[in-house]
Design a protein around this ligand. Sequence first.
Ligand code: MLT
Length: 200
Amino acid sequence: MKHVFQKGSNDRVLLLLHGTGGTEHDLLPLADSIDPDASVLSVRGNVLENGMPRFFRRLAEGVFDEEDLVFRTNELNEFLAQAARDYGFNRNKVVAIGYSNGANIAASLLFHLKDSLKGAILHHPMVPRRGIELPDLTGTPVFITAGKNDPICPAKETDDLAALLAGAGAETDVHWEMNGHMLTATEVRAAAQWFKTHLA
Ligand code: MLT
């Protein structure tokens, strides 16, 4: 997969996953806010929707192509294993930071593949898939940020996602903003604070 890798001075690895229409360069500034000494692996989604990169196909806004979601989730997981070998980082130290579609594929890793992430910061995610049993997520901290007025990720999606993750044992925290779908500086600061106490 197209990506940027930056070697850090501690053993943590931040996996950056952009929103629809983004690239591997979009979220690089977030890594500096969250853990400036960590290695960074920022990936571009392999799917194109009208020229816009995404991490998996959707049938309509908010309606995901589940078969492609599962295929792309496994593809990303295999890419992570290969990148760990190529760059010599510890595969077990990968923490995802995703926004929107990138948060959804990160949530999908948590939903489908045990021990795929050490933790996750999900900015404006949705429930990636319903009606499946999640792996045991005990010991996996997850921070969700959401907007009360987000038309793309309605508040109920956030509540449902938090409940599903917590039900699987993940230590789940939710940060609400009175905003829409955009990623704000205050939620990035909240994520940085949360990261310090849960993953640093
Ligand atoms: C998606 O994965 O489709 C997101 O929730 C919405 C978007 O990326 O526009």
